[in-house]
Design a protein around this ligand. Sequence first.
Ligand SMILES: Nc1nc2c(ncn2[C@@H]2O[C@H](COP(=O)(O)OP(=O)(O)OP(=O)(O)O)[C@@H](O)[C@H]2O)c(=O)[nH]1
Ligand SMILES: [Mg+2]
Ligand SMILES: [Zn+2]
Length: 309
Amino acid sequence: MMREGLLVRVEPRSWTVEVDGVDVPCSLKPRLFARKTNERNPVAVGDRVLVRLEEGRGVIEEVLPRRNRVARPAAADPATLQVTAANIDLLVIVVATQDPPPRLGLIDRCLVAAERQGMEALIVVNKSDCGRPEEVRERLARYPRMGYPVVFTSALTGSGVEEFGRLLAGRTSLLVGHSGAGKTSLLNRLDPGLERKTGALAKHGRGRHTTTSVSLWRLSNGGHVVDTPGVRAFGLSDVPAAELAILMPDLRPFTGTCRFPDCTHDHEPGCGVRSALDRGAIDAERYASYLRMLHGILGEEEDGEGDES
Ligand SMILES: Nc1nc2c(ncn2[C@@H]2O[C@H](COP(=O)(O)OP(=O)(O)OP(=O)(O)O)[C@@H](O)[C@H]2O)c(=O)[nH]1
Ligand SMILES: [Mg+2]
Ligand SMILES: [Zn+2]
C-alpha cells in the first residue's frame, strides 16, 4: 500500500516518515541513492515522500518535488551540497542579547538565503532577560523597516514565547543561529513535552553545538519545526553574484540605476547602489554585509561559512 508522508527524522541508514500522524520507521529504495544532482543526501527532513507500507515498517519509494531547500557545501567535498531540510515556510534567525552577542553579518546572510529560497524570515532576539535588549532593539531597527519582523523572547522567563509560538503555528519552520543563542531552549519552553537537549544539560563545553541531529518536530499548535546546531545549516553557494543585491530589499530599488548592466556595486563608476550609500539611503553596515557576501560568492576570500560570520 502506497501512502504519502512527511520525512521527520534522518539517521544513519534509518528514516522516519510521518504518515497520517503516525511515525513509521523506513528504509530507502536503493535507486534513490543514485545521485543525479550535486546533492549528497538523497532525502532531507521536510521532504514529502511516497512510502510502501508493510507490517508497521515502510520503504521510501519516491521523493516528491521540493518547494525549496536549506543546504550548505559539504565538508567532505565543497562542490557538493548537504541538504539540511526541504519545504521550509519560515526561517527563524535566533540571536541573543549576549552570550553570544548578535552579529548582524550573520542575520544578513540568513535573510539573503531566505529570499533566495522563497522562505519568510523572522528574527528572534532571545535572552531578553539579560544583557541590554533596548540597545539590541535599536541596532536591529532597520529589519522591521525592510519587512522582517523582530520579536524578543526569554526562554528563561517565558516572556515573548507565546508570540513566538503564534508565528510558528501551522507551518514548517527552521531555526538557525549561533550556538548558545537558545534555539533548543526556546523550543523546549514552547512545547515542554518534547524535552530536547540544551546546553544546560551538556557535560562539555558550555552548550557549544549541543544539537547534533536534525529532526522535524511536531508542535502542539499544528506547526513543524527543525532545530539546527549552530549556524551550520546553510551557505550562499547557490546564490549567483549578479542576484545578490536583488535579494536585499534595501539595495534592490537602486540596482536598476547603475551605468553598467552587469554592475557588481563594488567598484564600478556610475553605480546607483554606491550613490545611494553615499547619500545615506542605504545603511553602511548592510552594504558592508553585501560586500562580504559578494566576495565570498566570488571566491575572493573566506565567506565566513563557519560559526564566526
Ligand atoms: N538567561 C538566559 N539563558 C538562556 C536563555 N535561553 C537559553 N539560555 C541558556 O543558554 C545556553 C544555550 O542554550 P541552547 O538552547 O542549548 O542553545 P542553542 O541555540 O540550541 O545552541 P546549539 O544547539 O549549540 O546551536 C543554555 O545554558 C541555556 O540555559 C534565555 O532566554 N535566558
Ligand atoms: Mg540547540
Ligand atoms: Zn551598481
